[in-house]
Design a protein around this ligand. Structure first.
Ligand code: NAD
Ligand code: ZN
Length: 229
């Protein structure tokens, strides 16, 4: 198919995109929530109880992400973006792998491991080293990772931004997402209802496969081959 004939393309990515680079998933076998109890490491209550323990855990996750490299699928998206206007990535991942592959215009639905924020002052700091450069705000509070933890509200501005581009796209391609986590789970239907051609790429069928115009059973690293064939 010739995807370059479409004007506005949204690539919607999930944990499967990064899993192919070796970033651990959350729930599947080998998922980090089998090893770590999220109530101790990934919610506001845990942070309020013991910020240092929660920050140390996130530092470990940053290190494990840095050991992984973007794969050919990430690079394909960057190449596509360099030769085509209006390519936007909407991702559920917090690991920054798309950006490390050189992709711009990434809407991060669940925030970023590479950003910290102070809810007291309403500021966010980019912090991209292997270890956190600064864990305390000027006001004296610990800074928290700017990601969506369990029990957190989603950032409504970011969801709106994603929804806006999805409603306007004419090609919607989902890669490596199970489609069960809301509101992201509603995006394929949103794209479809607005007339976009919808493609799903996943190593297996999902609960949402029935919505898509084309379902490709395949790997995130090989999307270039599927989409240009
Ligand atoms: P998910 O774990 O629910 O689903 C992952 C999907 O990827 C599955 O359907 C699986 O079949 C597919 N998959 C696995 N390997 C693949 C490969 N090599 N190529 C193509 N597909 C592959 O993940 P989700 O849908 O993203 O939802 C999980 C939630 O957890 C999200 O909210 C996300 O924020 C979060 N999460 C983020 C990261 C990360 O930042 N890397 C990792 C795990 C989970
Ligand atoms: Zn502050």
């Amino acid at each position: 198919m010739d995807i370059t004939k479409y004007n506005k393309i949204v690539l919607f990515t999930g944990a499967g995109m990064s899993a192919e680079s070796g970033v651990p998933t959350y729930r599947g076998s080998g998922g980090i929530w089998h090893k770590y109890n999220w109530e101790e490491y990934a919610c506001q209550d845990a942070f309020d109880r013991d910020p240092k323990k929660v920050l140390d855990f996130h530092e470990l996750r940053r290190k494990s992400v840095l050991e992984c490299k973007p794969h050919d699928g990430h690079k394909f998206i960057t190449k596509l973006q360099n030769s085509h206007d209006n390519i936007i990535v909407v991702t559920q991942n917090i690991d920054g792998m798309h950006q490390r592959a050189g992709t711009d215009n990434v809407v991060e639905l669940h925030g970023s491991l590479w950003r910290l924020r102070c809810d007291n002052c309403g500021i966010t700091n980019n912090d991209i080293g292997e270890t956190f450069v600064n864990t305390k705000c000027k006001c004296g509070n610990y800074l928290r990772p700017d990601i969506t933890w369990f029990d957190d509200m989603l950032n409504s501005n970011v969801i709106q931004q994603a929804s806006d581009v999805i409603q306007k796209c004419d090609l919607f391609i989902s890669i490596g997402t199970s489609g069960i986590v809301w509101p992201a789970a509603g995006f394929p239907q949103e794209a479809k209802s607005n007339g976009a051609f919808c493609i799903e790429i996943n190593t297996e069928r999902t609960e949402l496969s029935y919505i898509y115009d084309k379902v490709i059973i395949g790997k995130a690293g090989e999307i270039g081959e599927y989409l240009l064939k």
